[in-house]
Design a protein around this ligand. Structure first.
Ligand code: SGN
Ligand code: CA
Length: 506
C-alpha cells in the first residue's frame, strides 16, 4: 500500500515536471514568406480572384491582420526591415541596389543566441551572406523559377525542378533533420509570385477557361495625382515585355532586351519542361497571332495573361503552405509552433493600370499577414490595428522570451494575440520609398497613414497627396489643398513631422 502510494506520488510529480517543461519550451517559429503577394490574391482577404485554402487555413485556425503595412514597398528593403526591426535609413538598406550589412543585430541572430536552431531557405535577396542561421540555402539574387541554383556555405548547387516545390521540400527536409531537442526558427521564403510570373508544371493548366474580373481602375487617367503617377513605367498597357512578361513567342515580339531576358529564363527548362510549357500556352498564343487585339482590348488581353500567370504562381505557394502545415500536424509540432504567412509587400494587379509595387498607395503598402499559435491565438481571430513589418522582429523575440535591443523601432504584436489587445497602441505609420531613378520610375516619397487618412510628400517633386480612405478607398481623388480637409491636412502634417523625429529620419 505504501509502495503503491509512493509510486502514485512519483508519477504525479513526473507529470508535473513534464507539464512545466512544456510550458517553459518557447514556441518554434515557422515563417513562410513570399515575394509580391497582393492581399486580393488570398481568399481569406478577398475571394473574387482565387481560392487559397492553405493560407486560409492559418487564418481560420489563427489570426488575420487587416491592416499590416510595409515601411518601404520593395523587396530587399522589406526583408532588411523584418530582420532588423529598424526602418530602412537606419538598417542601411534603402533600395534594392545596396548590400545588407549582416554584422548588425537581427532577430535570427538573437534567437540563435538564445538556443534556437535557425534555418533560412529560399529567396534571400540581400546580396551579403546570411548571418544568424545554423543552416542556409538561398537563391542567388532574384533566383530562377526552373532548375534554380542555390547558394550554400559550401558553394552553389543547381537543383532540378520548380522553385516553389524545391523550397518546400528543402524546408521539410531541414525540419526532419534538425536537432529535435532545440526550439527552432525556420524561414521558408518563396521567389513566387515575383515577376516574371512563371508557373510550375502542376499549375500551368489552371485558369485556362474563362476570364477573371478586371479592376475598375484599370484605365486610370491619374487626374489629381502627383506628376510621377503619369510618368511611371509600370503600366500593363505599355511596360510589360511581350515575351518575358506575357509569354508570347519571340517571333511575335521582336525586342532585343525582352528576347534576351525571356531566352535566359526559358533556356533553363529541360526539354520535357519546355514541352509541358509550350503545350500550355500554344493554343492561346496561336489565337493571339491569328487575330491580335488592339487598343483597350489589347490591355485587357495583357491583363488576363498577367493575372492568370500570377495566380498560377500563387497556387504553387498555397500548396507549399498546405504541405508545411501537414508536416507540422504529422510530427505533432502544430501545438507549439507559431506559423506566420506574409509577403514582402503588396502588388498591383491592374489597379491604376499597373503591375509592380513601390508606391505608398494601398495595394502595394498592404502586406498579407496571418498567424497561428494554438492555445495563444483564438481560431478565426481578426485584428484591425495598424501593424508593420517593422514589428516582426520584436514579435518573434517577445514570444521566445528574448529581450529586443533598444535600437529596434517596432512593437511586439504578441499583445494582439489576445482579443482584448492590451498594451498595443499605434495611431499612425511611417513610410518612405527611395529608389529613384530606378526600375519603373516611381518618384521618391514619404508619408503617414492613419486609420482613415493618408498624406504623401513627393519631396523631390515638391508635390503632396492627401487621401480620405473612407470616402475614397481606391485613392482616385487627391484632396490635398482643398478647403474641406484643411484641418485634417494640418494634423497629418504635424503627425508626419513627429514620426520623422521619432524614427530618427531627421
Ligand atoms: C526587379 C524588381 C522588379 C522589376 C525589375 C525591373 N523586383 O526584378 O520590380 O520589375 O527588377 O525590371 S525587386 O525584387 O528587385 O524589387 S526592368 O527591366 O523593368 O527594369
Ligand atoms: Ca517583393
Amino acid at each position: 500500500m505504501r509502495i503503491a502510494s509512493l509510486r502514485l506520488f512519483a508519477g504525479l510529480f513526473a507529470l508535473l515536471l513534464a507539464a512545466q517543461a512544456m510550458a517553459a519550451t518557447p514556441p518554434n517559429i515557422v515563417f513562410i514568406f513570399s515575394d509580391d503577394h497582393a492581399l486580393r490574391a488570398i481568399s481569406a482577404y478577398d475571394d473574387t480572384l482565387c481560392e487559397t485554402p492553405g493560407i486560409d487555413r492559418i487564418a481560420k485556425e489563427g489570426l488575420l491582420f487587416r491592416n499590416a503595412f510595409c515601411t518601404n514597398s520593395i523587396c530587399a528593403p522589406s526583408r532588411a526591415v523584418i530582420l532588423t526591426g529598424k526602418h530602412s535609413h537606419l538598417n542601411g538598406l534603402m533600395d534594392n541596389r545596396q548590400t545588407f550589412d549582416g554584422a548588425q543585430a537581427t532577430f535570427p541572430k538573437l534567437l540563435q543566441g538564445a538556443g534556437y536552431q535557425t534555418a533560412m531557405i529560399g529567396k534571400w535577396h540581400l546580396k551579403s551572406e546570411p548571418t544568424g542561421f545554423d543552416y542556409w540555402k538561398v537563391l542567388p539574387g532574384q533566383g530562377h523559377y526552373y532548375n534554380p541554383d542555390f547558394r550554400t556555405p559550401e558553394g552553389t548547387v543547381r537543383i532540378e525542378g520548380y522553385v516553389t516545390e524545391i523550397v518546400t521540400e528543402e524546408a521539410i527536409n531541414w525540419l526532419e533533420s534538425r536537432d529535435k531537442a532545440q526550439p527552432f526558427l525556420l524561414m521558408a521564403q518563396h521567389k513566387a509570385p515575383h515577376r516574371n510570373w512563371m508557373p510550375g508544371p502542376k499549375e500551368l493548366g489552371l485558369y485556362r477557361d474563362g476570364d477573371l474580373p478586371l479592376p475598375d481602375t484599370l484605365f486610370d487617367d491619374y487626374a489629381t495625382r502627383n506628376t510621377g503617377a503619369r510618368t511611371q513605367e509600370m503600366t500593363i498597357a505599355t511596360h510589360m515585355m511581350p515575351s518575358y512578361d506575357l509569354k508570347l513567342p519571340l517571333s511575335l515580339a521582336g525586342n532585343d532586351r525582352d528576347d534576351k531576358l525571356w531566352t535566359s529564363n526559358f533556356d533553363r527548362l529541360n526539354p520535357a519542361q519546355q514541352a509541358t510549357w509550350n503545350a500550355a500556352y500554344e493554343a492561346e498564343n496561336a489565337a493571339f497571332a491569328a487575330d491580335p487585339p488592339e487598343g483597350e482590348a489589347l490591355v485587357r488581353w495583357k491583363y488576363q495573361r498577367y493575372i492568370k500567370d500570377y495566380l498560377r504562381c500563387i497556387q504553387g505557394v498555397d500548396r507549399s503552405v498546405a504541405a508545411i502545415l501537414d508536416y507540422l500536424d504529422r510530427e505533432g509540432l502544430a501545438e507549439n509552433t507559431l506559423v506566420v504567412y506574409s509577403s514582402d509587400q503588396g502588388f498591383y494587379l491592374g489597379e491604376h493600370g499597373w503591375f509592380d509595387k513601390r508606391w505608398m498607395y494601398e495595394e502595394s503598402l498592404h502586406m498579407p499577414l496571418v498567424m497561428r499559435l494554438p492555445g495563444r491565438i483564438a481560431p478565426g481571430s481578426t485584428d484591425e490595428h495598424l501593424v508593420q513589418n517593422l514589428d516582426f522582429a520584436q514579435t518573434f523575440l517577445d514570444l521566445a522570451g528574448v529581450d529586443a535591443p533598444a535600437a529596434m523601432q517596432g512593437q511586439s504584436l504578441v499583445p494582439l494575440f489576445d482579443a482584448a489587445a492590451r498594451g498595443f497602441e499605434r495611431d499612425s505609420i511611417y513610410y518612405q520609398y527611395y529608389e529613384f531613378p530606378g526600375a519603373h520610375s516611381v518618384p521618391k516619397h514619404y508619408g503617414v497613414r492613419t486609420e482613415r487618412y493618408k498624406l504623401i510628400h513627393y519631396h523631390e517633386l515638391d508635390e503632396w497627396e492627401l487621401f480620405d480612405l473612407k470616402q475614397d478607398p481606391k485613392e482616385m481623388r487627391n484632396v490635398y489643398g482643398t478647403n474641406n480637409y484643411n484641418e485634417v491636412q494640418a494634423k497629418l502634417t504635424a503627425e508626419l513631422q513627429q514620426l520623422r523625429r521619432e524614427y530618427k529620419v531627421e
